[in-house]
Design a protein around this ligand. Structure first.
Ligand code: ZN
Length: 308
């Protein structure tokens, strides 16, 4: 096997969490595990494999602990879990999650719908998770994704000052990484670039991932705008699976295959083998027959002479 050049950006695959929580069908655990194994084989170094929420709310995630325990076998991959609160964090850390991510919505309307707390109430919850982390798993990084950072289907516009104020509060609380999420696919490239630049000014290297949705077809343009603002970490989902069950009209994360194609074609290394990445669509299709998968690169195929 040829050695890939050391990657310049980190692509974090969120399909097994963001993708699966937005589809009605429940993917069988065995298919989930095969899918995660295929993603690891393609060279992904961070995978958000599950959400630790009550099974009656999201039956798709009832096997979260089992999935985390299985995924930990991939030593080169950081296994990440979404947790909405301390109870979820306790369960995720007990299962062996290697990184936690919490959603803090910049839109009070979305925050109430998603977690039944105000944004300030969620900041307090994050502080409680940090205390738990310090006690039982001090080496595990905690990330916050600021949801609806670029707009909210419930509230409409979200003031940039609200996003930045939350980012500063979270940085002061000791969060390791703070990213911006275009949960409802309302962002545009100028806005994405401006807000990420302001994030770097306010919280410097704690600025985390660009979590972009392709709802209006601007996912890749927004990703490039974020890259130009200095972002080096991107969330995306294989086959563009994803959305938010509490944000009407939100659909489709940026497609991992297309994101990798864009960056690799530009000479920005991802560490991901695009052929193996596209092969990882097979276990996804097998586990979710009938679910539409997106992606222009898988549809068109790789150009002649393509080399990662
Ligand atoms: Zn999302």
């Amino acid at each position: 096997m040829t050695r890939l050049p050391s990657p310049e950006i980190l692509i974090s695959e969120v399909g097994p969490r963001d993708g699966l929580q937005s589809v009605k069908a429940i993917m069988p655990t065995a298919d989930k595990l095969r899918w995660i194994d295929a993603l690891a084989a393609a060279g992904l170094r961070e995978i958000e494999v599950a959400s630790f929420v009550p099974a009656q709310l999201l039956p798709q995630m009832a096997d979260a602990a089992q999935v985390v325990q299985h995924a930990r076998r991939h030593s080169g991959v950081r296994i990440m879990a979404l947790v909405p609160n301390v109870r979820g964090a306790q369960a995720a850390l007990t299962a062996g999650a290697q990184k936690l991510t919490l959603p803090v919505s910049a839109s009070p309307a979305h925050s109430m719908a998603n977690v039944r707390k105000t944004p300030e109430g969620m900041v307090e919850e994050v502080k409680a998770v940090l205390r738990l982390r310090d006690q039982i798993a001090p080496g595990v990084p905690v990330e916050v994704g600021l949801s609806t950072a670029f707009g909210c289907t419930l509230q409409g516009q979200v003031p940039e000052a609200d996003v930045l104020r939350l980012a500063v509060q979270l940085a002061q609380a000791g969060v390791d990484e703070i990213g911006l999420s275009d949960t409802t696919g309302m962002g545009n490239p100028a806005q994405v670039q401006r807000l990420f630049k302001r994030m770097f000014q306010e919280i410097g290297p704690l600025t985390g991932s660009a979590h972009l949705h392709n709802t209006r077809g601007l996912g890749l343009a927004n990703a490039l705008a974020a890259y130009e603002a200095g972002v080096r970490k991107f969330d995306s989902s294989l086959g563009g699976l994803g959305g938010c069950p509490y944000a009407p009209g939100a659909s489709g994360n940026v497609v991992t295959e297309d994101l990798v194609f864009m960056f690799e074609a530009m000479g920005v290394t991802t560490g991901i083998d695009l052929n193996q990445l596209m092969a990882a669509r097979e276990p996804l299709k097998a586990g979710l027959p009938g679910e539409p998968l997106y992606g222009m690169t898988p549809a068109a195929g790789l150009p002649k002479g393509w080399r990662t």
